[in-house]
Design a protein around this ligand. Structure first.
Ligand code: SF4
Ligand code: SF4
Length: 200
Protein backbone atom coordinates (compact mmCIF):
# COMPACT_ATOMS: atom_id res chain seq x y z
CA UNK A 1 0.00 0.00 0.00
CA UNK A 2 1.41 3.41 -0.92
CA UNK A 3 1.48 5.83 2.04
CA UNK A 4 2.11 9.59 1.86
CA UNK A 5 5.57 8.95 3.24
CA UNK A 6 6.20 6.36 0.53
CA UNK A 7 5.16 8.81 -2.21
CA UNK A 8 7.37 11.55 -0.79
CA UNK A 9 10.33 9.22 -0.78
CA UNK A 10 9.73 7.85 -4.24
CA UNK A 11 10.78 9.35 -7.57
CA UNK A 12 7.73 10.97 -9.15
CA UNK A 13 9.35 11.63 -12.51
CA UNK A 14 7.44 8.71 -13.98
CA UNK A 15 4.11 10.03 -12.67
CA UNK A 16 4.95 13.51 -13.94
CA UNK A 17 5.79 12.11 -17.36
CA UNK A 18 2.30 10.62 -17.44
CA UNK A 19 0.65 13.82 -16.21
CA UNK A 20 2.39 15.85 -18.92
CA UNK A 21 1.32 13.47 -21.69
CA UNK A 22 -1.14 14.96 -24.17
CA UNK A 23 -3.44 11.96 -23.57
CA UNK A 24 -3.81 12.78 -19.87
CA UNK A 25 -6.99 14.73 -19.18
CA UNK A 26 -6.97 14.63 -15.37
CA UNK A 27 -4.73 17.29 -13.94
CA UNK A 28 -2.44 15.79 -11.28
CA UNK A 29 -4.93 12.90 -10.87
CA UNK A 30 -2.19 10.31 -10.57
CA UNK A 31 -0.55 12.15 -7.70
CA UNK A 32 -3.87 12.41 -5.85
CA UNK A 33 -4.49 8.66 -5.79
CA UNK A 34 -5.37 7.57 -2.23
CA UNK A 35 -5.11 3.85 -3.04
CA UNK A 36 -8.77 3.33 -2.07
CA UNK A 37 -9.18 0.45 -4.53
CA UNK A 38 -12.50 1.67 -5.97
CA UNK A 39 -11.05 1.24 -9.45
CA UNK A 40 -10.06 -2.35 -8.75
CA UNK A 41 -13.41 -3.25 -7.21
CA UNK A 42 -15.28 -2.11 -10.33
CA UNK A 43 -12.80 -3.11 -13.04
CA UNK A 44 -13.99 -5.96 -15.31
CA UNK A 45 -10.40 -6.84 -16.23
CA UNK A 46 -9.52 -7.20 -12.53
CA UNK A 47 -12.52 -9.49 -12.04
CA UNK A 48 -11.29 -11.89 -14.69
CA UNK A 49 -7.49 -11.72 -14.37
CA UNK A 50 -4.60 -10.77 -12.08
CA UNK A 51 -4.71 -7.23 -13.45
CA UNK A 52 -5.18 -4.62 -10.70
CA UNK A 53 -5.69 -0.92 -11.56
CA UNK A 54 -4.95 0.27 -8.02
CA UNK A 55 -1.64 -1.57 -8.23
CA UNK A 56 -0.89 0.08 -11.59
CA UNK A 57 -1.08 3.52 -9.98
CA UNK A 58 0.96 2.39 -6.97
CA UNK A 59 3.72 1.21 -9.29
CA UNK A 60 3.62 4.45 -11.28
CA UNK A 61 3.93 6.45 -8.05
CA UNK A 62 6.80 4.22 -7.01
CA UNK A 63 8.57 5.07 -10.27
CA UNK A 64 8.52 1.39 -11.19
CA UNK A 65 9.21 1.59 -14.93
CA UNK A 66 9.30 -2.21 -15.17
CA UNK A 67 5.53 -1.88 -15.47
CA UNK A 68 6.07 -0.96 -19.13
CA UNK A 69 7.18 -4.53 -19.79
CA UNK A 70 4.46 -6.12 -17.67
CA UNK A 71 1.95 -8.08 -19.74
CA UNK A 72 -0.79 -7.15 -17.26
CA UNK A 73 -1.13 -3.56 -18.56
CA UNK A 74 -2.50 -5.07 -21.78
CA UNK A 75 -5.48 -6.55 -19.91
CA UNK A 76 -7.11 -3.10 -19.61
CA UNK A 77 -9.52 -2.60 -22.50
CA UNK A 78 -10.47 1.03 -21.91
CA UNK A 79 -14.02 0.65 -20.62
CA UNK A 80 -13.52 3.81 -18.49
CA UNK A 81 -15.32 2.37 -15.44
CA UNK A 82 -12.34 3.26 -13.21
CA UNK A 83 -12.34 6.75 -14.70
CA UNK A 84 -15.96 7.28 -13.67
CA UNK A 85 -15.67 5.99 -10.07
CA UNK A 86 -12.33 7.40 -8.89
CA UNK A 87 -13.05 9.75 -5.94
CA UNK A 88 -10.05 11.99 -6.67
CA UNK A 89 -10.49 12.34 -10.42
CA UNK A 90 -7.73 9.97 -11.48
CA UNK A 91 -8.09 7.82 -14.58
CA UNK A 92 -6.30 4.49 -14.61
CA UNK A 93 -7.79 4.04 -18.05
CA UNK A 94 -5.87 7.01 -19.43
CA UNK A 95 -2.76 6.12 -17.46
CA UNK A 96 -2.83 2.71 -19.14
CA UNK A 97 -3.18 4.28 -22.57
CA UNK A 98 -0.10 6.40 -21.86
CA UNK A 99 1.85 3.46 -20.43
CA UNK A 100 1.11 1.40 -23.53
CA UNK A 101 2.14 4.26 -25.83
CA UNK A 102 5.44 4.65 -23.96
CA UNK A 103 5.94 0.88 -24.20
CA UNK A 104 5.21 0.85 -27.94
CA UNK A 105 7.53 3.83 -28.51
CA UNK A 106 10.24 1.71 -26.90
CA UNK A 107 9.31 -1.23 -29.16
CA UNK A 108 7.80 -3.16 -26.25
CA UNK A 109 4.47 -5.00 -26.54
CA UNK A 110 4.35 -5.17 -30.34
CA UNK A 111 3.06 -8.74 -30.15
CA UNK A 112 -0.02 -7.47 -28.30
CA UNK A 113 -0.93 -5.36 -31.33
CA UNK A 114 -0.66 -7.83 -34.18
CA UNK A 115 -4.29 -8.88 -34.27
CA UNK A 116 -5.43 -5.25 -34.11
CA UNK A 117 -3.44 -4.02 -37.11
CA UNK A 118 -6.63 -3.95 -39.17
CA UNK A 119 -7.75 -0.96 -37.07
CA UNK A 120 -4.64 0.93 -38.16
CA UNK A 121 -5.20 -0.01 -41.81
CA UNK A 122 -8.75 1.32 -41.71
CA UNK A 123 -7.51 4.81 -40.86
CA UNK A 124 -5.66 4.80 -44.19
CA UNK A 125 -8.44 3.23 -46.24
CA UNK A 126 -11.52 4.80 -44.63
CA UNK A 127 -10.28 7.58 -42.31
CA UNK A 128 -11.95 5.85 -39.38
CA UNK A 129 -11.09 3.08 -36.92
CA UNK A 130 -13.24 0.28 -38.33
CA UNK A 131 -13.62 -3.13 -36.69
CA UNK A 132 -11.25 -5.54 -38.49
CA UNK A 133 -12.95 -8.46 -40.24
CA UNK A 134 -11.03 -11.00 -38.17
CA UNK A 135 -13.28 -10.06 -35.23
CA UNK A 136 -16.60 -10.40 -37.09
CA UNK A 137 -17.20 -14.07 -36.21
CA UNK A 138 -16.47 -13.51 -32.53
CA UNK A 139 -18.74 -10.46 -32.33
CA UNK A 140 -21.54 -12.26 -34.15
CA UNK A 141 -21.21 -15.17 -31.73
CA UNK A 142 -21.34 -12.87 -28.68
CA UNK A 143 -24.01 -10.55 -30.10
CA UNK A 144 -26.35 -12.75 -32.16
CA UNK A 145 -27.63 -10.94 -35.25
CA UNK A 146 -24.79 -8.39 -35.24
CA UNK A 147 -23.52 -9.29 -38.72
CA UNK A 148 -27.01 -9.11 -40.23
CA UNK A 149 -27.55 -5.77 -38.51
CA UNK A 150 -24.22 -4.52 -39.86
CA UNK A 151 -24.94 -5.70 -43.42
CA UNK A 152 -28.36 -4.04 -43.41
CA UNK A 153 -27.47 -0.86 -41.54
CA UNK A 154 -28.27 1.38 -44.52
CA UNK A 155 -31.77 -0.08 -44.96
CA UNK A 156 -32.43 -0.03 -41.21
CA UNK A 157 -31.50 3.66 -41.03
CA UNK A 158 -33.67 4.38 -44.06
CA UNK A 159 -36.66 2.63 -42.43
CA UNK A 160 -36.09 4.74 -39.31
CA UNK A 161 -35.92 7.84 -41.53
CA UNK A 162 -32.33 8.50 -40.47
CA UNK A 163 -29.58 9.84 -42.74
CA UNK A 164 -27.37 7.23 -44.42
CA UNK A 165 -24.22 6.24 -42.47
CA UNK A 166 -21.49 8.86 -42.84
CA UNK A 167 -18.74 7.79 -45.23
CA UNK A 168 -15.63 10.02 -45.41
CA UNK A 169 -14.85 11.35 -48.90
CA UNK A 170 -11.66 10.43 -50.80
CA UNK A 171 -10.27 13.90 -50.00
CA UNK A 172 -10.76 13.30 -46.30
CA UNK A 173 -9.17 9.85 -46.53
CA UNK A 174 -6.17 11.35 -48.36
CA UNK A 175 -5.83 14.09 -45.78
CA UNK A 176 -6.00 11.67 -42.85
CA UNK A 177 -3.42 9.43 -44.55
CA UNK A 178 -1.07 12.39 -44.96
CA UNK A 179 -1.46 13.37 -41.30
CA UNK A 180 -0.79 9.78 -40.19
CA UNK A 181 2.32 9.67 -42.36
CA UNK A 182 3.73 13.05 -41.30
CA UNK A 183 3.15 12.38 -37.60
CA UNK A 184 5.01 9.06 -37.73
CA UNK A 185 2.01 6.76 -37.26
CA UNK A 186 2.61 5.04 -40.60
CA UNK A 187 6.27 4.39 -39.80
CA UNK A 188 5.27 2.96 -36.42
CA UNK A 189 2.77 0.61 -38.06
CA UNK A 190 5.45 -0.51 -40.51
CA UNK A 191 7.85 -1.27 -37.65
CA UNK A 192 5.19 -3.35 -35.89
CA UNK A 193 4.43 -5.24 -39.11
CA UNK A 194 8.13 -5.89 -39.69
CA UNK A 195 8.38 -7.31 -36.17
CA UNK A 196 5.36 -9.52 -36.88
CA UNK A 197 7.06 -10.84 -40.03
CA UNK A 198 10.20 -11.72 -38.09
CA UNK A 199 8.14 -13.67 -35.54
CA UNK A 200 6.31 -15.72 -38.21
S1 SF4 B 1 -10.11 4.73 -7.48
FE1 SF4 B 1 -8.71 6.45 -7.86
S2 SF4 B 1 -7.89 6.97 -5.83
FE2 SF4 B 1 -8.80 4.94 -5.63
S3 SF4 B 1 -7.06 3.52 -6.02
FE3 SF4 B 1 -8.10 3.85 -7.98
S4 SF4 B 1 -6.98 5.53 -8.97
FE4 SF4 B 1 -6.45 5.57 -6.77
S1 SF4 C 1 -10.58 1.13 -18.25
FE1 SF4 C 1 -9.17 -0.57 -17.82
S2 SF4 C 1 -8.54 -0.26 -15.70
FE2 SF4 C 1 -10.36 0.97 -16.03
S3 SF4 C 1 -12.07 -0.30 -15.36
FE3 SF4 C 1 -11.86 -0.60 -17.58
S4 SF4 C 1 -10.50 -2.37 -17.83
FE4 SF4 C 1 -10.30 -1.66 -15.71
Amino acid sequence: MTSKQNIDESPIDFAEQIISDVKNSKEDGVLKCVQCGMCTSTCPAARHSDYNPRDIIERVLDGDVSILKDDLIWNCFYCYTCHSVCPVGNSVCEVNQILKQIAISNEVGYDKLYEYMGFADSYFTAAIGAIPEIFFDDIDRDVPGWREFRNNLGEIREELELDPPLVPSEDVIDEVSKILTITGFKAKIERIRASQEVEK
